[in-house]
Design a protein around this ligand. Structure first.
Ligand SMILES: [Zn+2]
Length: 433
């Protein structure tokens, strides 16, 4: 099992080269002009790189930092925030950001205060009527139906019976390939809620996520409790995460998940201005907090997995499905997934991503057709999942004229081609929850 310490060690070893790499990358300004045109840049201007993926199970190999020469824009500090800092820092005065911010009619913004944190880091609910819950603040009440008209309700469960909504938060990360290989082998698709900073740090993981047919969604730039951020900070957290996913994969997500589930009607409204609707969950494995990196005995997480699996056969989901919160943070969380997915697929009639279970055929701004739930039920599930995932990626690449989608979908590529040079590797492991 990958120890988080190994990741920390790699991160530290790579940090020294980050500055020089960033400097070198910033010199590559020949393509920077494209950034100023986003989001009006047409999808067909984004080329999908041809990338050889590692399938190593050795964390010392898989977690070596790498450059991503296909994505020079990722390292242009004028076009993106620094990883793991609030996205508005350093970008809020740029013409690009101001144009996005000023395009929003703030006179219509909900008059809801920015929340505070206690010294412990927990949200401060002092003064908030949690029973009345006027702002539909999920952290206070698990409210998922906005009190303000016009804001769509959060998606919290797959509506189809006996269906497990498969979701993984906090990726992409360095040790994704063994896990993604498993999903690919089993023809399983999940909704991947990517952190913008992680997409910048591990862009090939995001490319593979899309090319494997997973549903890609936004999980903010720096993974903070969103209700504690100002409107300006919210716009930046949404905007730059969408942008880095767009530049990396070629698609612009229309769905997002709030870190820690921390969302209220102000945050939802700002997300709506950025064309983002919220997806939460109705079952939580708390896998992110398992030992050794977390504080919970692994038996607690195992117990939760077991109980949710049992619900697949005891009638709990006879008339509707669930959405389960799990993570791809490190080898601990992904080992849970690998251990329990066979039991999940045995207990549930369908195991699939949120876009598929909700029949969201267009989960991105671009014309990229995602599979429908009906297609899962009217044909062999396994065959269809494979076809829809890869075919849609290929169709997208073909439609955009790039035609160079990753060969990773073949499952046969095993060469590890990335270098040791780290670019913008400022991954703060403790922030990955
Ligand atoms: Zn998260």
């Amino acid at each position: 099992m990958l120890k988080l310490a190994a990741l920390v060690a790699v991160t530290a070893a790579s940090a020294a080269s980050a500055a020089s790499a960033a400097s070198a990358a910033s010199a590559a300004t020949s393509v920077s002009s494209a950034s100023s045109t986003w989001p009006t840049t047409a999808p067909n201007s984004i080329e999908m790189p041809s990338i050889t993926q590692t399938t190593s199970l050795d964390p010392n190999v898989e977690c070596q930092a790498y450059t991503a020469p296909e994505f020079p824009l990722l390292y242009d500090s004028k076009s993106f925030p620094q990883p793991w800092v609030t996205a508005s820092v350093g970008t809020n005065t740029s013409a690009e950001f101001q144009a996005v911010y000023n395009a929003i009619d703030w006179s219509k913004a909900p008059n809801i205060p920015v929340r505070k944190l206690l010294s412990s880091g927990a949200l401060n609910f002092t003064g908030y009527d949690q029973d009345e819950d006027p702002d539909c603040w999920w952290s206070a009440s698990t409210c998922d139906k906005p009190k303000i008209p016009g804001i769509p309700a959060d998606i919290t469960a797959c509506p189809e019976p006996e269906t497990w909504g498969l979701t993984y938060d906090d990726g992409p990360n360095c040790s994704h390939n063994a896990f993604y290989d498993y999903l690919q082998e089993k023809k399983l698709k999940a909704t991947m809620f990517y952190i913008g900073s992680n997409v910048m740090d591990w862009p090939y993981g995001a490319v593979r996520g899309l090319n494997d047919g997973h549903h890609i969604a936004v999980h903010t730039w720096s993974h903070q409790p969103m209700t504690t951020l100002t409107n300006e900070e919210l716009v930046a957290e949404f905007y730059y995460t969408k942008k880095v996913i767009k530049y990396t994969t070629g698609v612009t997500p229309l769905y997002w998940r709030p870190p820690l589930g921390d969302v209220d009607d102000r945050v939802r409204w700002v997300g709506m201005q950025l064309n983002l609707s919220a997806i939460l969950w109705n079952e939580d494995t708390i896998d992110w907090n398992a030992q050794p990196s977390g504080s919970l005995p692994q038996s607690v997480v195992e117990g939760l997995y077991e109980s949710y699996i049992e619900m697949g056969t005891n009638g709990t989901f006879a008339h509707s499905g669930n959405i389960v919160l799990t993570h791809e943070i490190d080898n601990t969380t992904m080992s849970f997934a690998l251990d329990y997915l066979p039991k999940i697929t045995a207990a549930y009639k369908h195991v699939t991503d949120v876009a598929t279970c909700m029949n969201i055929t267009h989960p991105y701004v671009e014309n990229y057709v995602h599979s429908t739930f009906d297609s899962l039920t009217t044909t062999n599930t396994t065959v269809n999942a494979a076809a829809s995932g890869n075919a849609s990626a290929i169709a997208s690449a073909s439609a955009t004229g790039s035609g160079t989608s990753s060969s990773s979908t073949s499952g046969a590529s095993t060469t590890y081609t990335t270098s040791l040079l780290s670019v913008a590797l400022v991954a703060v492991v403790s922030m990955l929850i």
